[in-house]
Design a protein around this ligand. Structure first.
Ligand SMILES: [Zn+2]
Length: 219
């Protein structure tokens, strides 16, 4: 999620941003050579990879009139489902990596291979994140009927802001306990006013809650 935080704040080192920081460089895009490499251009608008956004179905939501990354993100957050928004962010990150491979290693994979590969990477990553979150939040307590759950909130640099552990007595199902762990993290963020960090993680959190509710049959 660090990537999307940097995009939101225009902290990605595209050429136009580097020029604003007094680097004297040619600002034209390395892919298309016809337009300036702004952040929106490098991630979403460059004609050299519009084929990717069209094939995955996001191109209709990316308006060329939006020139600030945060406006694009907020606009899409209104139109896309939570899972699709996470997929959009993941694809943006992979396109940024793809662009760097092209610039620094002159590698340009064919779209017909790259798109399925990218979508599979994102599916695997989301599944892995969900499993990791479940494992780290739950600890069964030996000789005590119940389990301990923990919640940790970090800032965008990964520094610890606040952490809390709690013991839940009784025999609960794993699914119900996982849901309690997510609820605990939301409560913790509200109590400590970590809303900036929470907003950054909001889409991922909501996605996890939704998947858990589906798995335990609430929806
Ligand atoms: Zn371009």
């Amino acid at each position: 999620m660090n990537f999307i935080w940097r995009v939101y704040n225009h902290w990605i080192p595209v050429k136009v941003e580097l020029c604003k920081r007094r680097m004297n460089i040619d600002t034209s895009c390395d892919w298309c050579k016809t337009q300036d490499e702004t952040l929106c251009h490098a991630l979403w608008l460059c004609p050299a990879f519009q084929n990717i956004w069209q094939q995955v179905g996001f191109s209709t939501y990316i308006s060329p009139s939006l020139n600030k990354a945060r406006d694009v993100l907020l606009e899409l957050a209104h139109h896309l489902s939570k899972d699709n928004m996470i997929q959009f962010i993941g694809l943006s990150w992979l396109i940024w990596k793809r662009k760097n491979h092209f610039v620094f290693q002159n590698k340009k994979p064919n779209d017909c291979y790259w798109i399925p590969w990218a979508l599979e990477i994102l599916d695997n990553q989301l599944s892995s994140d969900l499993q990791k979150q479940n494992c780290t939040n739950l600890r069964q307590i030996p000789d005590h009927p119940g389990c301990g759950i923990s919640a940790i909130i970090r800032d965008h640099n990964g520094e610890l802001i606040v952490a809390e552990t709690r013991f839940i007595p009784g025999f609960l199902s794993v699914m119900v306990t996982e849901t309690a762990a997510i609820q605990m993290r939301l409560d913790l963020a509200l109590r400590w006013s970590c809303m900036d960090e929470l907003i950054v993680n909001r889409l991922l959190m909501l996605s996890r809650i939704e998947k858990l509710l589906i798995r335990i049959g609430v929806t």
